[in-house]
Design a protein around this ligand. Structure first.
Ligand code: PSV
Ligand code: MN
Length: 414
């Protein structure tokens, strides 16, 4: 008998006494799906320097191998997002790349065009004042629309570094219209049954204005574009103190929440491990998602059941796979706690105007030690009950260090 069993039995008894269906909670946890980013396994990052990490992936095959390892250890990370051209196959063999992923037991998830690294994009991509450069960006995004069916992806994930650095640098209204025209053309070329996820970021890399600075702008454009366009919330892309769970609730209720980029930030930007700075915020976000998914309110519940949960982190000083595993586990823990919120009791307490009572109901769930429950779920799924320790003692780190060595650059599929 594994050593979590006694604690699991006590937790189960107390949850059942409070009316929870523990089997249903375990089923929900077994269906959780967190996508990891190919770029998180490589020496990547947009900050002042990407430090080379021994054993970091430098080819797309290696990134897929690492993503497969994270899935094998956690059981809930079966897909990997790709960035084009970072993951572009040398001979455009996307079918081969897709097959390679499947052979490792994972699938390819969102396709991310990259319109922020070529020198031409100094003044922007779709927002660039130069028509030729707008078209270059558009061509690349349309190429990604063609790649999607080849890698069996149903999500085009768009992020733009576009903005201006100085007042007067460009016409803000003209940039808005250029963007709108570009996004409309992309929308028209989206493969059937796929989604276009529009990410926002309030600053960085431009410091005076950003072309898609906030969820409201992304939402306004999604509304104009049509139902296949939804907003992507990157947790790191907000100003200090912004109530992200309220944004999530609004977008959910409007049927326009398409996906997440999970990470955390302390001051600025998006590269810290999700849940490492503010695990309570992560729980509150999951609380909105779970509340909507369990409810029967349209369109919130159908939207909540079709969200692309993705991690977007570039690990710079803490290793690669172990922090990715920790990120997946932090999402699992937050989700588990959100499933322990007594929904009916919360509704009644809120309706009675009992402010502190309602707050305490949330906190009771948040403060529950869910480790025994998660260990049980993992055991039933056939994955390690203590994933990080198992990973660190698996020999995989030694293997990739000796096979791959210390490689500075990150290349594509060979
Ligand atoms: C930008 O900061 C971002 O969050 C976007 O999602 C990019 O695709 C990703 O990071 C990698 O640069
Ligand atoms: Mn992101």
């Amino acid at each position: 008998m594994s050593n979590h069993k006694a604690a699991y039995d006590i937790l189960t008894a107390s949850l059942e006494a409070r009316g929870f269906d523990v089997e249903a909670i375990k089923d929900a946890l077994k269906k959780q799906h967190i996508e990891t980013p190919s770029w998180g396994y490589a020496n990547s990052g947009t900050r002042f320097k990407a430090y080379a990490w021994p054993g970091a992936a430098s080819t797309t095959q290696e990134k897929l191998d690492d993503a497969a390892m994270v899935h094998k250890i956690t059981g809930i990370a079966p897909s990997v997002a790709v960035h084009i051209p970072w993951d572009k196959p040398a001979d455009e063999d996307y079918d081969g790349m897709c097959q390679y992923a499947e052979d490792q037991g994972i699938v390819i998830g969102a396709v991310n065009p990259n319109v922020f690294q070529d020198d031409e994009y100094r003044l922007g991509s779709l927002g660039n004042p130069n028509r030729g450069i707008q078209e270059q960006a558009l061509d690349h995004i349309l190429e990604c629309c063609e790649i999607m069916p080849r890698v069996k992806s149903d999500a085009l994930s768009l992020w733009f570094a576009d903005g201006t650095n100085f007042a007067g640098q460009d016409s803000l209204r003209a940039r808005k219209r250029r963007f709108e025209d570009g996004l409309r053309l992309v929308y028209e070329h989206l493969p059937a049954h796929s989604r276009m996820l529009v990410e926002y970021k309030f600053f960085e890399p431009a410091f005076y204005s950003t072309d898609i600075p906030d969820w409201g702008t992304a939402y306004a454009w999604c509304l104009k574009l049509g139902p296949q366009a939804q907003v992507l919330v990157d947790l790191g892309h907000h100003a200090q103190g912004v109530n992200i769970e309220q944004i999530v609730a609004f977008l959910l209720d409007e049927g326009r929440l398409g996906g997440f980029h999970f990470n955390n930030r302390k001051y600025a930007d998006d590269d810290l491990i999700v849940g490492s700075v503010n695990p309570y915020e992560l729980f509150l976000i999951y609380n909105e998602l779970t509340g909507a998914a369990l409810g029967d309110d349209e369109p919130a519940s159908s939207t909540a059941n079709n969200i692309a949960y993705m991690i977007d982190q570039c690990h710079n000083v803490e290793g690669k796979l172990a922090p990715m595993i920790l990120s997946v586990l932090n999402c699992q823990e937050a989700y588990a706690k959100s499933l322990l919120v007594s929904r009916q009791q919360l509704d009644e307490t809120q309706a009675a105007g009992d402010v502190l009572g309602a707050h305490l109901i949330l906190n009771q769930a948040y403060r529950t030690d869910v480790e025994p429950l998660l260990a049980q779920v993992r055991e039933e799924m056939g994955v390690p009950t203590d994933p990080i320790t198992t990973y660190l003692s698996s020999g995989y780190e030694d293997k990739i260090r000796s096979e791959r060595g210390l490689v500075d650059a990150s290349g594509g599929f060979q």
